[in-house]
Design a protein around this ligand. Structure first.
Ligand code: IPM
Ligand code: MG
Length: 357
C-alpha cells in the first residue's frame, strides 16, 4: 500500500477525453491494490493559453516537480497554429520535457495479437508478436538547437541547428543498451552519419558505449533505410535508439505498423524515478469531445507509470492484461475496428478496461 502523487495535464483536443478514462483506471487500481493516488490537475498547451495567457505557466512546472509522475493527454490544435513558435501549445510540452530533464523517451510498439488484422503490413511480414522499443532522445538535437531567422545567400532564411554533445548521446545510448539487455539483446542505432556531423559523433559514441555491452548485438542504420526496413522487415528490430527528430518520425511509423497510433504509450524519463507518461499520438482536434477517441494508448501509459516511476510491477501488468482481455473480447474503438465490426466510445472503452481489473 502506497501513496503516489500524480500531476494530470489533460491538454487540448481529445486530451481530456482520453485522460479521464486513464484516471478511471488509476482509481480502479487504487481500489484493488489499496494504494492512494492523489491527482492534481495543471494546465498546459492551448488550454493554458486560453485560461492564463501562456502555454506553460510556472505553476504547472511546480505541480509537476511536486509530483511523483505526470500524466499528459495531448497539446495543440488549429486554434493556436498562428502563434509564434515559442508561444505555441507544443512549446509547453517541449518546456516540460526540458525543464524536468526528461531526456529518455521510451516508445514501445507492440502488436496485440487481436489487432493483427489492423496492421497495414502483410501478415507474413509482420508475424504475430511484433515488439519494438523505440528509445528516442528527448531534450536535445534540432528540437532544442539554436533557431531563428538570418540573412542568407537568397535573402532572409530560417534555420534550426541539430546539435549533440557526447554526454547527451552517452546517457540515452546507455538506457537503450540497458533496455536491450532485458529484452532480446539487439540494438539498432539510427543516424544519418553519411551526411551529418552530429550523426557521426552519435555513431562514434554508440560504438564506444557498446564495449560495455558485449552481449548486445549492435547494428547501425541510416534513417532513410530504417524507415524502409520498418515496413520491409519489421522483425529485424528489437530496440531502436535514435535522436529526437528521427525518433519522433520513426515512432509514428512503428506505431502504425502495429495497427493504430491510438494504441501506443510512452514514458519520458530522466535521472531517478520521476517521469512523464503520455500517448504518442496528438490532440486530434477534429474528433475532440465526440467520445470516439481511443483511450488505450493513455491507459497503457499508466501501466508504464506504475512500472517505471512507482515500481508497481503487478499493477502495471494488471492494466496491460486488462487491455489485452478487452481486445481479445473484440471490444473496439472505431480506429481499431475491422470492417463490419461494431465499435464503442471512449468512455465505454475506459469502463471496459476497468471491468477487467
Ligand atoms: C510527439 C509529438 C511532439 C514531438 C509534438 C507535439 C511537439 O509529435 O511527442 O511525438 O514532436 O515531440
Ligand atoms: Mg510525434
Amino acid at each position: 500500500m502506497g501513496t503516489y502523487n500524480i500531476a494530470v495535464i489533460k491538454g487540448d483536443g481529445i486530451g481530456p477525453d482520453i485522460v479521464e478514462q486513464a484516471e478511471k483506471v488509476i482509481a480502479k487500481i487504487g481500489e484493488k491494490f489499496g494504494h492512494i493516488f492523489n491527482m492534481t490537475e495543471a494546465l498546459a498547451g492551448g488550454a493554458a493559453i486560453d485560461a492564463v495567457g501562456e502555454a506553460l505557466p510556472k505553476n504547472t512546472i511546480d505541480v509537476c516537480k511536486n509530483s511523483d509522475a505526470v500524466l499528459l493527454g495531448a497539446v495543440g490544435g488549429p486554434k493556436w497554429d498562428g502563434l509564434a513558435g515559442n508561444k505555441r501549445p507544443e512549446s509547453a510540452l517541449l518546456g516540460i520535457r526540458k525543464q524536468l530533464g526528461l531526456y529518455a523517451n521510451l516508445r514501445p510498439a507492440i502488436m496485440h495479437k487481436a489487432l493483427s488484422n489492423s496492421s497495414p503490413i502483410k501478415q507474413e511480414i509482420i508475424g504475430d508478436n511484433l515488439d519494438i522499443l523505440v528509445v528516442r532522445e528527448l531534450t536535445g538535437g534540432i528540437y532544442f538547437g539554436e533557431k531563428g531567422y538570418r540573412e542568407g545567400p537568397y535573402g532572409e532564411e530560417a534555420y534550426d541547428v541539430e546539435r549533440y554533445s557526447p554526454m547527451e548521446i552517452e546517457r540515452i545510448v546507455r538506457i537503450a543498451f540497458d533496455a536491450a539487455m532485458k529484452r532480446n539483446k539487439k540494438l539498432t542505432s539510427v543516424d544519418k552519419a553519411n551526411v551529418l556531423e552530429s550523426s557521426r559523433l552519435w555513431r562514434k559514441t554508440v560504438i564506444e558505449i557498446a564495449k560495455e555491452y558485449p552481449e548486445v548485438e549492435l547494428d547501425h542504420m541510416y534513417v532513410d533505410n530504417a524507415a524502409m526496413q520498418l515496413v520491409r522487415n519489421p522483425k529485424h528490430f528489437d530496440v531502436i535508439v535514435t535522436s529526437n527528430m528521427f525518433g519522433d518520425i520513426l515512432s509514428d511509423e512503428a506505431s502504425q505498423i502495429t495497427g493504430s497510433i491510438g494504441m501506443l504509450p510512452s514514458a519520458s524519463l530522466g535521472e531517478g524515478a520521476f517521469g512523464m507518461y503520455e500517448p504518442i499520438h496528438g490532440s486530434a482536434p477534429d474528433i475532440a469531445g465526440m467520445n470516439i477517441a481511443n483511450p488505450l494508448a493513455t491507459i497503457l501509459s499508466i501501466s508504464m507509470m506504475f512500472k517505471y516511476s512507482f515500481g508497481l510491477e503487478a499493477e502495471a501488468k494488471t492494466v496491460e492484461d486488462a487491455v489485452t482481455k478487452v481486445l481479445d473480447k473484440g471490444i473496439r474503438t472505431v480506429d481499431i475496428a475491422e470492417e463490419g465490426q461494431a465499435s464503442i466510445g471512449t468512455k465505454e472503452m475506459g469502463e471496459a478496461v476497468c471491468a477487467e481489473i
